[in-house]
Design a protein around this ligand. Structure first.
Ligand SMILES: Cc1cc2nc3c(=O)[nH]c(=O)nc-3n(C[C@H](O)[C@H](O)[C@H](O)COP(=O)(O)OP(=O)(O)OC[C@H]3O[C@@H](n4cnc5c(N)ncnc54)[C@H](O)[C@@H]3O)c2cc1C
Length: 423
């Protein structure tokens, strides 16, 4: 960081990162009359927003940090293809994150995080559907509902705590018997013992949503600069930040960090430590099936998510804490296929269109960071959405814009404040 002579403000807001979160914020800020530039290291939607499962899930209001999770994680450390895996290594940032995560694994914290996440998820679910229809975004959106499928009675019994917790935050959930699940979804093999049906969940094609958002941002006069990695920051003598790309300072009144799992590296350039870990997940995309599942499915014991659009069929999931490791791990990809084959009628897929990994921006309390920095003026955050960035994107864009404009946000945003993490 260094000071520079004041120059004319060129943009109201400079956003770092053109994933679903950066673009949603850009769209809402532009609609509110702000001028916006989005700086993207690679190309639009190149990060986690590309190959994820595309489910829009108020049903996932419970945080990952739950009682019993640490024990499960320790057990799974020894299983290299487990759906949740912490690669053992001596990394102080990871250890600190795991300690924070462990402290959050209690029912009080689960209840309060569920309430805060549900508020964001429910608002976002509605805003997304409205936006997609208003702007005719061609992203295969369907108000499909979502079905969670169990082949093991005990796993289902353990999951029933969900029913009361989701009822408390008014997210509809319906328990189904094995035969009811089977009747609802003919693509499943026999042997299903029970399920949960979430009627308000939805699905869309994530890369198509991101492309649609970028189109609207540009149509509203926003600038998106691809292949523009932010390499450092400066502050003008007016206190306003400048994001530096290829030695050129992009001048803006406000700076908004939407760098997904890269946020810690970006914030480091500002002298801030963001306690976030990349949670690596994988997906495999196939051409569309002749008889695809009718609704998105979560195959519970294997933690595999199955989504089908007219343009393709995707298996996704797994949560691997292995740092910024860029290897496409064959063990995990194979585990997705094996897991799906246990539940679904053949044929599964055909020729693979894409094998992919993405880094989810994971916070130890599983709450995103949305709002103004408590440390630096003119600095804002929108990130840390973990497993739910697609689902929370529209409400994040709206609330961030309301906060930046000094308006009362549509839902309480204090639980998401950067200040809770000393940021
Ligand atoms: C396997 C898998 C399945 C998932 N399924 C779902 C799902 O079904 N539903 C759901 O809601 N969520 C799902 N998610 C989570 C979701 O994908 C993420 O929460 C979301 O994409 C995060 O969006 P983002 O914009 O914060 O980050 P990203 O999409 O990662 O965007 C961050 C951007 O910042 C850019 N960037 C980084 N550094 C710089 C820099 N220095 N300068 C400029 N640009 C920079 C990156 O290139 C990137 O484009 C899934 C994730 C995975 C991995």
């Amino acid at each position: 960081m260094s000071a520079e002579r004041p120059t004319a403000t060129q943009f109201d807001v400079a956003i770092v990162g053109a994933g679903v979160i950066g673009l949603s914020c850009a769209l809402h800020l532009l609609r509110a009359g702000r001028s916006v530039v989005v700086l993207e290291r690679d190309r639009v939607g190149a990060g986690a927003s590309h190959g994820n499962c595309g489910t829009i899930t108020p049903s996932h209001a419970l945080p990952l940090a739950q009682p019993g999770m640490v024990r499960k994680a320790l057990r799974w450390m020894l299983t290299r293809d487990a759906p949740f895996h912490v690669a053992p290594r001596l990394d102080p940032a990871l250890l600190a994150w795991l300690l924070r995560f462990g402290r959050n694994c209690n029912w009080n914290q689960v209840r309060s995080a569920t309430r805060d996440r549900a508020a964001l998820l429910k608002l976002s679910r509605q805003l997304l559907e409205d936006l997609i229809h208003q702007e005719s975004i061609d992203c295969a959106f369907s108000a499909s509902g979502l079905l969670t499928v169990f082949r093991d009675e005990r796993a289902f019994d353990e999951s029933r705590v969900l029913e009361s917790l989701l009822a408390e935050v008014e997210v509809p959930i319906e328990a189904l018997s094995g035969s009811e699940v089977q009747a609802r979804e003919p693509a499943l093999r026999p042997g299903v013992v029970a399920g949960h049906w979430y009627p308000t969940d939805a699905v869309l094609r994530p890369d198509h949503l991101v492309a649609g958002l970028a189109r609207i941002v540009r149509a509203l006069g926003g600038e998106i600069r691809e292949q523009s990695p932010v390499e450092s920051f400066r502050f003008g003598s007016d206190g306003a930040p400048r994001a530096v790309v290829a030695a050129q300072a992009v001048v803006a009144r406000e700076l908004l960090l939407c760098g997904g799992a890269w946020t810690p590296q970006i914030a480091r350039m500002l002298g801030l430590r963001v306690p976030m870990q990349p949670g690596k997940g994988y997906s495999i995309t196939y051409p569309a099936l002749a008889a695809p599942p009718r609704t998105p499915l979560v195959l519970r014991e294997r933690s595999v998510c199955v989504t089908a659009w007219g343009s393709g069929f995707r298996l996704g999931s797994t949560m691997e804490f292995s740092g910024y490791n860029t290897q496409l791990n064959r063990l995990r990809l194979d585990a997705l296929v094996r897991g799906a084959a246990e539940y679904l009628q053949p044929p599964l897929g055909g020729a693979v269109q894409e094998e992919w990994y993405g880094w989810r921006p994971m916070m130890a309390d599983d709450l995103p960071i949305i709002g103004a920095s408590s440390r630096l003026p003119h600095l804002w955050f929108a990130g840390g959405h973990g497993m739910l960035g697609m689902s929370m994107s529209a409400a994040t864009g709206q609330c961030l814009t309301e906060l930046m404009l000094g308006r009362t946000p549509s839902i309480p945003t204090a639980p998401f404040a950067p200040g809770r993490l000393g940021l």
